[in-house]
Design a protein around this ligand. Sequence first.
Ligand code: 13P
Length: 248
Amino acid sequence: MRIPFIAGNWKMFKSRIETVVFAREFKELYKDTDVRTAICAPYVHLDTLKAVFEGTQIKVGAQNVHFEDQGAFTGEVSALMLEEIGVDYCIVGHSERRQYFAETDETVNKKLHKLFETSIVPIMCVGEVLEQREAGTEAEVVKKQLHRGLAGIREEQIKKLVIAYEPVWAIGTGLTASPLQAEEMCGIIRNTIDDLYSPEAGDSVIIQYGGSVKPANASEIMNMPQIDGCLVGGASLEPVDFMQIIDF
Ligand code: 13P
């Protein structure tokens, strides 16, 4: 039985005061459900969110991490530092990091290995860009990201992993992959995990869809059998919208 998991990715949005206002309002609206919930926020707001959400089921995630424990890496934050403040999840390999910050399958792989040394659950993002979708190579692209990104990751670790399928052409564009397109790709991801590990591993890995998820399309997406959750960008910035998605 896979537990649905809906996470927000705030990207580089919200001031400190906006974070507090959101967190208090969301905590009021939030009802314990069978859906796991997390907000992945900028580093500087993680402590604040942990404090406001204390005693609730709402979890907190980071959006990136460095793969070394410590060192002369100006501007970076380690997995140990995140673990120390109680961070529950960490996004790795988001397409914006691949596009603007030179993230590669190799750095994704190093980050996953490092996070698996801690209690933090990685949310590994994969997905094709528009030209790849138009060329019909989306399955090949995503399989390659999985093969390379998961090199050396063991089966018992895979069972803890969350994979987010985010077609880059559907992020922040208002274009959503149709539920069937998303379902098909999430099925391909699950089959790839079956092949790389075992059917049992494929069965237990949580696969999210991300890309223009809104209250209006959440239930259709969440009702797809291969889709276990969503990674929500823009709509996670508004407490009412995000709660409606969780309530799909
Ligand atoms: P939007 O929901 O704003 O399209 O963003 C999706 C995303 O990138 C989540 O990580």
